[in-house]
Design a protein around this ligand. Structure first.
Ligand code: COA
Length: 268
């Protein structure tokens, strides 16, 4: 049975179905633009979900048909980002949310319909993969707003997209359609509108039913690889890999292969 929690005054919804947690940015009248309460709630939810051993996949999506997230809520900037000191506090909340998302111990999928702009694209890029509907549009707009973009934010884009694509996106502020986004590596799959929900559900289910300990060990390696080399800790990943080899799931995987049936993994 699905259970839905409301956060940030209902602007962030968290639903749980089995091992899959689904976060929905829920301000469709503002194209799901992120306000301060949403950034704070996102960080808290990710931190809580990260402690949940039964979690297998986290999906992020936007409510309505028009947007994933059209960036930070610009109407709040007059108050919460009015000068450098306030902008620092605001940016810290954004950083906390983005880092908590990036550090999630399970696969994270951004399911993108419509606009995925600014802070919305930055969030989507902190996920492992972006699955886009054909109408998705991607862009990053600080150069159109005059706001400063921190080192960590540029580094995150650069890590995923490389120098020239980051420069093109950020210098121009232009929007890329789904086909160009796929070609440039901003998204990983593009699904037709009438198949988007079912294709995303099928992809999510594949991850949710594959061996959880194996996936968590792979994700731990990917999280470490996103850090500077000197800060990477391979020992925790090595320990997780050893646990896979000693797991019941490893035995189940081999048994299921021999019996020509789908494995049933339990995460132990
Ligand atoms: N913050 C606050 N409100 C936003 C918003 C944002 N980032 N993006 C969209 N909205 C609001 C609009 O103000 C509008 O509200 P209104 O109906 O009360 O006027 C509503 O969402 C719909 O947006 P609208 O601009 O009418 O839709 P559109 O289809 O013509 O254009 C965009 C869509 C995404 C191109 C345009 O809304 C836009 O450029 N948004 C800002 C994107 C951005 O730069 N984000 C980065 C911020 S750091």
């Amino acid at each position: 049975m699905m259970h839905t929690e409301e956060h940030a005054g209902g602007r962030l919804l968290l639903a749980r179905t089995g091992g899959v947690a689904a976060l929905t940015f829920n301000a469709p009248d503002k194209l799901n633009a992120m306000n301060m309460a949403m950034w704070e709630a996102l960080a808290e939810i990710c931190a809580r979900l990260a402690q949940d051993d039964s979690l297998r996949v986290l999906t992020l999506t936007g409510a309505g048909e028009s947007a994933f997230v059209a960036g930070a809520d610009i109407s709040e900037f007059g108050e919460s980002r009015s000068d450098a000191a306030r902008a620092d506090a605001y940016n810290r909340a954004v950083d906390r949310a983005e880092h908590a998302l990036e550090a999630m111990p399970v696969p994270t999928l951004a399911l993108v319909r419509g606009y995925c702009i600014g802070g919305g694209l930055a969030l989507a890029l902190r996920c492992d993969l972006r699955l886009a509907r054909t109408d998705a549009q991607f862009g990053i707009t600080p150069a159109k707003l005059g706001l400063g973009y921190g080192f960590d934010g540029v580094a995150s884009l650069h890590r995923r997209l490389g120098h020239a694509v980051t420069a093109d996106l950020m210098f121009t502020g232009r929007r890329l359609d789904a086909a160009e986004a796929l070609q440039k590596g901003l998204c990983d799959y593009v699904y037709a509108a009438d198949r988007f929900d079912s294709d995303c559900a099928a992809y999510t289910e594949t991850l949710a039913s594959n061996a959880p300990l194996t996936i968590r060990a792979i994700k731990a390696a990917l999280v470490e690889l996103a850090k500077p080399q000197a800060a990477q800790d391979h020992s925790a990943v090595d320990a997780m890999v050893r646990i896979c080899f000693d797991s019941q799931d490893y035995a189940e995987g081999q048994r299921a292969f021999a019996e020509k049936r789908a494995p049933v993994f339990k995460g132990r």
